[in-house]
Design a protein around this ligand. Structure first.
Ligand SMILES: [Zn+2]
Length: 367
């Protein structure tokens, strides 16, 4: 079946297949939507479908064109992603190799990678030439990371689209793109994936048990990339650490500092954000457990459904918890980490602010 590599996003699949069948492919597409829901994966499959030599059910994934695009070795297929000057050609090839294996993975170039004007100039130079074969497809991943000069240069390319060339821009931050770029592209809105869609892929392609797949799918919150991240991580350990951090609010400042320093030594910025993300999910679940009547608790749509008892104990240990305010505090801490604030200071301040939103009963629970 065509596009069977892609999880969900059925409406977009249908639209794209129709445009190919009716030979009405637009010069430029904008695949916009959250991270990890398959924008780049869909762009690669769409490129295959444009080039595919099969008479129907394109992309066939068997013909020479499909295989060469799949291995990023087709002379008329270009995949641009944010990078920086210190990155070697070999590093960039390694990113493409990992995408070849797993099109839902990230394109991990460290630091603050951008798409430079040089890369776009090179595209425009290539665009002025005839394709080696029939068409040319250019995918730009994380297009919002174009520098201002690069974006202006791309805009010129969109204003006078080269013949036989199809551009696909992907972004999770559409507002960071020039409106003049957005308006020149045909937009496809990607949504979050359903838990059941993520679960099925984890079972079918990653051999997970149904229970394990369900747990990871809930925590992935609609992003298959996040589910893949959790496959690599020790989810149980990180969840324990998240609850430990919450408990830490009630310790004296010295003990807090020790624990927080141990955390910031063990976890880098990205992993610490993941742990804070788990605290958010834990607090949201706690809110649901708190407001629902006991009768309906067994069927609550909570993320940590396997921890219902612990959640109930957690909620029961306090006279009052201002959970909405706690959620805001954790989200603020995540933003501060994004802006490269000192990790220990951010978490210490978070502990202090969270503490003020809890009214403890007599004892600290073994939550
Ligand atoms: Zn094919």
């Amino acid at each position: 079946m065509s596009f069977d590599q892609i999880i969900g996003q059925e409406t977009i699949k249908t639209i794209l297949l129709q445009t190919i069948e009716q030979k009405r492919i637009a010069h430029a597409y904008l695949f916009a939507g959250p991270d990890g829901v398959g924008k780049e994966a869909m762009a690669i499959e769409f490129a295959k479908a444009i080039f595919c030599e099969a008479s129907q059910n394109r992309p066939c994934n068997a013909c020479s064109a499909c295989r060469r695009i799949g291995s990023f070795s087709h002379p008329d297929f270009f995949f641009l992603f944010p990078s920086n000057k210190s990155v070697t050609v070999e590093n960039e090839r390694a990113v493409l190799d990992s995408l070849m294996e797993q099109p839902y993975c990230r394109t991990p170039i460290a630091g603050n990678p951008t798409i430079s004007i040089d890369k776009i100039r090179e595209l425009r130079r290539i665009g002025a030439l005839k394709p080696m074969e029939k068409y040319r497809v250019i995918i730009i991943a994380e297009a919002d990371r174009m520098t201002a000069e690069a974006a202006n240069s791309l805009l010129k390319m969109l204003e006078e689209p080269p013949n036989y060339t199809y551009l696909i821009l992907c972004t999770a931050h559409i507002n960071a793109l020039l409106p003049t770029i957005v308006s020149r592209c045909q937009r496809c809105r990607f949504g979050f994936l359903a838990d059941a869609e993520i679960e099925k892929r984890l079972i079918d392609s990653h051999g997970l048990s149904s229970a394990e797949a369900q747990k990871i799918a809930r925590i992935a919150q609609g992003s298959f990339r996040r589910a893949l991240d959790w496959l690599q991580e020790d989810l149980a350990q990180q969840r324990e650490d998240a609850v430990d951090l919450l408990r830490c609010c009630f310790k004296d400042p010295m003990a807090q500092l020790q624990l927080v320093e141990a955390f910031t030594t063990r976890y880098d910025k990205g992993a610490l954000k993941d742990v804070l993300g788990l605290i958010l999910l834990w607090l949201r679940d706690a809110l649901m457990v708190k407001i629902e009547s006991p009768a309906t608790k067994a069927n609550l749509p909570i993320t940590n459904f396997d921890q219902l008892d612990t959640l109930q104990k957690f909620v029961g240990a306090f006279d009052e918890i201002d959970i909405p305010q706690c959620l805001i505090e954790v989200e603020t801490a995540i933003e501060q980490i994004d802006r490269n604030a000192n990790l220990t200071l951010v978490i210490m301040a978070l502990m202090h602010r969270l503490r003020s939103h809890f009214q403890l009963k007599q004892y600290v629970p073994e939550a």
